[in-house]
Design a protein around this ligand. Structure first.
Ligand SMILES: [Zn+2]
Length: 550
């Protein structure tokens, strides 16, 4: 068994986000990516989730490092939390490491080991050699990894697409991919996000063509452009077009500014002349010469555009004839807030324009087929995404000639073991859901989330009962208070009904000499029933019984 290669996804195989995969052989473990996932809307107060790294903590002496494929949150966001438990070196391309270092410094973490690896280079981590290969994606410096193991190559695509005409950087290194394919690939872990989309993803060049038309059409309007914070290709295009149409660009939004400044420092962006201006200088220009470039898509903070729309932004206010251009759009889960914002923009006289082409960062079906054909893996493991996406990638793999039995659809926590004879799931590590609540990291407590949900939906009813501990008599009249309980705000008499129910039950219990914890439980049960019978609401009911010495 010691000579089996193990692949264990700790995240990223059931839903989008929280990507983390363990690759293990003998005494060496490496971890690919370390991301967060966003909290679903039905979990009040919970910001993000991170992978359960108990397995890594138990095997910390064998973990040689964390290798990052690119700088998106769902691939690097959990690094500051994971490093608190296992302080291992972090490897990634220049922009990825710059973003990770900023994250670590922002959280006050000083002791860390990061190492910049350029694409085309290889590092040795224990028994593994990890080669970084240039990819195209929606953030600069994305890499694929060829992991050379003692029994063959594991190829990890990270997030990728094939853009033959990118605005920034070069085309994915197809030459190297095909060379590795000709050597023979044992396992391919492949991005599946867009496996259900036929054909190929549009190039940034196609987007550029369409953006140019829109810039020309709205050359006399002030533009507010919302795009993905990390899509520097798009930012670069907008800056070039601003120069062409004699406009000035003002960048707005913390995430965008941080990725922009890291990319600029690395020399990835070309900012001609005085195209970029400070917000403080905007009054020196006519409105039609100004472009605000901000983030406005799901999965990234849309606060900035929301603030502008609602009039809460300190300097930018919507004016009649403003054109709000959404460049690339993917709204999932926040449709209601988004459509509210669109309505408000139109009410204020702005014009909303959606750029039609959605230049995704993920390979569509034909690009996946090309990769599978070039790499010819013995085993294909569709990764990154919900089951239906991975199943679609499996079908594409089968159409490229990989036998169905060699395409295991594994889930988070599965231990996939591979040797010369087989590739099969031999066990499963139970994974907890670990959530980030403000600054706190904890196992997700389902009861706590349920309590928060009930509190947010139905509020709380509190009954206070106070006894004299010597005489056993009531010290004051029992009191009912409520917070966020709609029954009380709609109808004052409900408080009286609850008060009467509390008094009646209390007298009954005192008569029966019930004074232990049953008193609290029975009062709670009587009050809950009374609330439901009268309002059909199920708020949280709390009974506080205190004994005082007078
Ligand atoms: Zn990504």
């Amino acid at each position: 068994m010691a000579n089996n290669l193990k692949i264990i996804p700790l995240g990223g195989f059931d839903k989008i986000g929280m990507n983390m995969t363990v690759i293990e052989f003998g005494d060496s473990i490496i971890v690919i990516d370390c991301g967060t996932s966003f909290s679903p809307n039905n979990m009040p107060g919970i910001d993000t989730f991170i992978p359960d790294t108990s397995y890594l903590i138990e095997n910390a002496d064998r973990v040689k490092g964390i290798v990052l494929t690119h700088g998106h949150e769902d691939h690097i966001g959990a690094v500051p939390y994971v490093l608190l438990n296992i302080n291992v070196p972090i490897y990634g391309t220049p922009l990825t490491i710059a973003l990770v270092e900023k994250k670590l410094k922002d959280r006050g973490i000083k002791k860390f080991r990061t190492k910049v690896i350029r694409t085309g280079n290889t590092i040795v981590l224990g028994t593994f050699k990890v080669e970084f290969i240039r990819a195209n994606h929606s953030i600069p410096d994305a890499a694929m990894l060829a992991i050379h193991t003692p029994i063959g190559i594991v190829f990890h695509t990270g997030d990728f697409k094939i853009d033959l005409t990118p605005i920034m950087g070069d085309v994915l290194d197809l030459h190297r991919v095909s060379t590795i394919g000709s050597k023979g690939v044992l396992v391919l872990l492949s991005d599946s996000t867009n496996a259900l989309r036929e054909g190929t993803s549009p190039s940034e060049e196609d987007v550029n063509y369409q953006l140019d038309i829109l810039f020309n059409r709205y050359k006399d309007n002030r533009l507010i452009i919302a795009t993905f914070a990390s899509n520097m290709d798009r930012v670069q295009q907008i800056i070039y077009l601003a120069e062409k149409y004699n406009k000035k660009v003002i960048l707005e939004g913390e995430v965008m500014l941080s990725i922009f400044s890291a990319s600029e420092k690395l020399g990835y962006l070309n900012i001609p002349g005085d195209v970029l201006i400070d917000m403080a200088d905007m009054n020196r220009y006519e409105d039609k010469d100004i472009i605000f470039l901000t983030t406005g898509n799901h999965g990234e903070p849309i606060n900035c555009l929301m603030d502008i729309t609602s009039g809460n932004h300190p300097r930018i206010h919507i004016q009649k004839n403003d054109v709000i251009l959404f460049s690339s759009i993917a709204i999932q889960g926040s449709e209601r807030e988004f459509s509210k914002m669109l309505n408000s923009l139109e009410e204020q006289g702005a014009k909303i324009v959606f750029q039609d082409i959605h230049a995704t960062g993920h390979a569509c079906a034909s690009e996946l087929l090309l990769m599978y054909t070039l790499l010819k893996p013995k085993y294909l493991i569709p990764a990154h995404g919900e089951f239906r996406f991975r199943r679609a990638a499996a079908r594409i793999g089968a159409s490229s000639g990989i036998p169905n039995e060699n395409i295991p659809l594994i889930k988070n926590g599965d231990i996939l073991e591979i040797n010369d004879d087989y590739c099969k799931v031999t066990g499963n590590i139970p994974l907890k859901e670990i959530c980030i609540d403000g600054n706190l990291v904890d196992d997700m407590d389902k009861n706590l989330i349920e309590e928060r949900r009930i509190l947010s939906e139905s509020g709380i009813v509190i009954a206070e009962v106070c006894f004299d501990s010597k005489s056993g008599r009531l010290v004051a009249t029992p009191k009912i208070t409520t917070k966020g309980f709609i029954g009380a705000s709609n109808n004052d008499s409900i408080i009286k009904i609850l008060q009467d129910a509390l008094n009646a039950e209390l007298s009954r219990l005192i008569t029966q000499n019930v004074r232990d914890e049953r008193l609290e439980a029975q009062l709670r049960s009587a009050l809950s029933k009374c609330v439901y019978d009268n309002t059909k609401q199920i708020p949280i009911v709390v009974v506080l019984v205190t004994n005082v010495v007078l």
